[in-house]
Design a protein around this ligand. Sequence first.
Ligand SMILES: [Zn+2]
Length: 470
Amino acid sequence: MAEQNWSRGTSRRTVLKTTAASIAGLSGVGSSLVSLGRGAEGSDPQPVTDLEPAPAPNLYIGSNLKKFNWLVLLGNERESMADALTGYVEEATVDRKQKRAARESLKDIWSTIEVTSETKAWEEIRKQQEKRKREREDDRWQTHSGGRRRKQERENGPKHEKEGKTTYYALESDKSAVKRTLKGAESRVRKSKGVRTTSVSEEDAATLSELSDVIGSGMKDDDTGETEEVEPMWHPDSTHEKITEIAVNSGAKPGSLDNVTASDIGEWSKIPDNEERMDYDPAPEIFPDDIFPEEKAQAYAHAWNPDPVGLQAVTGPVGGGPKYTQKFMKNAEDNSGEDRFKQLAFAMHIIEDLANPLHTGAWFTETAWHRSIHRTYEKKVDSRFDELFKEDLEDIENLEVVTDPWYVLSKYDYHARKLGSDTHPYASEVAVAVHENSHPLEHVGDKTKQCMEWAEMYAAGLAAELTGYT
Ligand SMILES: [Zn+2]
């Protein structure tokens, strides 16, 4: 078998020439791509190229802080976040008593719980995090399997030498004091609502569930004035369809589509957001119910978080995205005609979702609030897709080749995880940008563009693999 070449044709990737610069007002760090190809012997993936490092995230939330509702806690150190949250409370659709309680709760939290920030090289932060993660995993495996070490995916996975500086936020206050303060704050909002309850649970305090509801009710969509609906995806109206069509055109072998067209496949790639037409397994208990209560199974199937802080001690990565990518691609391989390409379209949808950082991180156990973040971001992306992203995606000449992992995972599963691990570091920054700015893409436009490019290239990789275009 010929050596697989991730870069089809002779011209090297030039797609990023317009990155950032084409988004007005962006102080863009150039974006880029790192790809893994397959070595000649077909075993260990080797980095084929590293043209430019991916942009470093501007903001990173430390794991101690992430155990709590860090968006709220951030207001202690970050004035723009404090202003934003105060504003949402003012806009909240609750009575004056509840608003006052929410305001006072925020004040208590910000005056009592200390958060620190430090700006340093992303590479340094990343190394620290991996070290901590290793230590945690060592603990876990010592407890559960007699000290045996599990091979770590991340160690062998894609590595980016990310440049640039990142602001790292950490919790400074003592954890038990934090819990006490949050319980007090949460119980104040409860009382203002007339909820009579004996005590606030640890989890309600950590996530600030009642306070979050008040904030969420004030976080309306700018464009429409609507509050949230459940749409935990890239905006389903057209983002998927457009990316898929572009990716099919670039990835599928010419003449391999039988009687279907790229636009059929684009159209079919919207179906996975219609739960009634799909058959997802129920999400595991551990996946928080209240994130997407109506569509829990679907939300789980379209997501994957490599490091869900607070849960990982028992579960490891959370989300069904990689599993479903594998499943739909296997179905595609086993089918012919329309069914073959419908299944491909489903797999492409899932991969595209995993390119959205909000599908690979930044999960909170809140209701309206969480969905507002998600929906707002996806609407913004969708509404400016043609203007900011379309041409760039159409210019991409390379794709991300599906490679065989050398350990237990199946190849499409692995493909999905590689992508999820890459988009995960941007999750906090996207969530913060959506809160603090009515035009978040002016702040996370370059990162979003990077993610869009990954979406296209990983999706094109699936089309290429299925049609033998490698
Ligand atoms: Zn989706």
